[in-house]
Design a protein around this ligand. Structure first.
Ligand code: ADP
Length: 219
């Protein structure tokens, strides 16, 4: 399902950053915050920004929250407000509700009340940065499941000029290069004769273990 209209509850660092990016991507965003200053700051950025307490049902109704495809509850420290705002958005019939959790317990409560996606910004970013610190070639990754990952790896010097059949990650480690992003364009499903060069980025799919072994082998 494609979403076009978003309502963001809480315009702190997390909520405002999501709002700015969604606007840049061309979507409509309503921002709600009980803090007048935050709303003022974002009023020129978002489609609409209103001062309101999102724990009050009539308030959420009056701003038309139910007409939005997706709601983001970006309240952190006030866990009670986060939970109440989430329940209200769900009850009003917002199709997808995404919420930020500041602790495991907060996340568990959000899960119980049926949040579609729970985000732990600090925890998840910390994990991501740790992976990048220990793997200098790792640019980014997506966990497909607990076991499987897609990773974007820089092509190091030692692989520059080598064909995929020479590098042979599938034969040696079990993971596959599914794309090579070159400055001139991306090669999807590269063949054995495609050659890697410095400044290319390899997109690799495999189990975490396979990708780790491949990364170790290339430094
Ligand atoms: P961040 O770490 O993203 O800055 P904060 O928890 O500091 O997160 O910010 C959350 C925002 O949510 C604040 O701007 C706060 O004013 C707003 N907020 C908190 N409770 C409510 C509420 N009941 N209704 C509307 N906005 C709220």
């Amino acid at each position: 399902m494609k979403f076009n209209q978003f309502v963001i509850i809480g315009l702190g660092r997390f909520g405002s950053s999501i709002g700015r990016e969604l606007m840049q991507l061309g979507y409509e965003v309503l921002g709600v915050d009980r803090d007048e200053e935050k709303v003022e700051e974002m009023s020129g950025v978002l489609t609409h920004a209103v001062v309101a307490d999102a724990t009050e049902e009539n308030v959420l109704r009056s701003v038309g929250a139910r007409n939005f495809d997706c709601g983001v509850v970006a309240i952190g420290d006030d866990i009670q407000a986060s939970i109440l705002a989430t329940i209200l958005l769900k009850e009003l019939g917002v199709k997808k509700v995404v919420a930020k959790a500041v602790s495991e317990l907060h996340g568990r409560v959000l899960e119980r009340i049926g949040v579609d996606r729970i985000i732990y910004p600090e925890r998840d970013m910390g994990i991501r940065v740790a992976h990048q610190l220990v793997s200098p070639n790792l640019l980014d990754y997506i966990e497909l499941s607990k076991q499987y990952t897609i990773a974007e790896l820089n092509v190091p010097d030692c692989l520059s000029g080598k064909s995929l059949s020479e590098v042979n990650p599938r034969g040696r480690f079990g993971c596959s290069i599914v794309a090579i992003n070159k400055p001139k364009g991306i090669i999807i499903a590269p063949t054995a004769s495609d050659v890697l060069a410095e400044r290319d980025v390899m997109v690799v799919i495999g189990t975490n273990q396979q990708i780790e072994s491949f990364q170790h082998s290339i430094g």
